[in-house]
Design a protein around this ligand. Structure first.
Ligand code: SF4
Length: 184
């Protein structure tokens, strides 16, 4: 790893957490974005509200343009939010406060924690891989609260599995809050 842009690119190609539904649930379009063009490229846009309650167009994560190798199929035409976003790990590397190797270790650790959450969701019968992790967790929680226990599981087994899921989600959230969100 040598030049800063190259370093960022290599770290992102080892990560993908801001595109795969781990850090964010959706991406809001900005005035500079062409909804028509993004729609033509295959992004499924829907109307929603931004944090101030204004109507915006957005698309859900995990982003369908994210490939298994963490490459973006729309990279040259990606929306402004994606173009402008640098997580706290990248910012620390750019500021010289974190070495690229240390950044890579943080990324690998967070991805392992993400995988643990995915496994815990699967253990409770949630295989909704097209939804962001936060939604999958909430939907699993609501299903259990409604008494919907996964096939082949006793209530006690489901309760234990939910405890493991909650721990895995807390560990991941702790890492993301401390190391990845831009105000970390
Ligand atoms: S979370 Fe950070 S390192 Fe990971 S892909 Fe996004 S910007 Fe790159």
């Amino acid at each position: 790893m040598s030049q800063p842009a190259e370093v960022s690119s290599q770290l992102c190609l080892a990560c993908g957490l801001c595109c795969d539904g781990t850090l964010f649930a959706d991406v809001e379009l900005q005035p500079a974005d062409s909804a028509e063009r993004l729609g033509a490229l295959g992004q499924k846009l829907r109307r929603g509200k931004d944090s101030a309650g204004n109507s915006v167009q957005k698309f859900a994560q995990p982003c369908p343009a994210l490939g298994p190798d963490c490459r973006c199929a729309l990279y040259a035409e990606r929306p402004a939010r994606c173009r402008e976003f640098d997580c706290a790990v990248l910012r620390s590397v750019q500021a010289g406060a974190l070495t690229p190797d240390a950044a890579l270790r943080r990324i690998r650790h967070a991805r392992k924690q993400r995988d643990a959450v995915r496994r815990a969701l699967s253990a409770l019968g949630n295989e909704e891989v097209a939804r962001p992790l936060s939604q999958r967790f909430q939907r699993t929680k609501r299903a259990l609260e409604a008494g919907d226990v996964p096939d082949g599981r006793t209530w006690e087994e489901a309760a234990e599995a939910f405890g493991e899921l909650t721990l895995a989600v807390s560990a991941l959230q702790f890492t993301l809050s401390r190391e990845f969100y831009p105000d970390s």
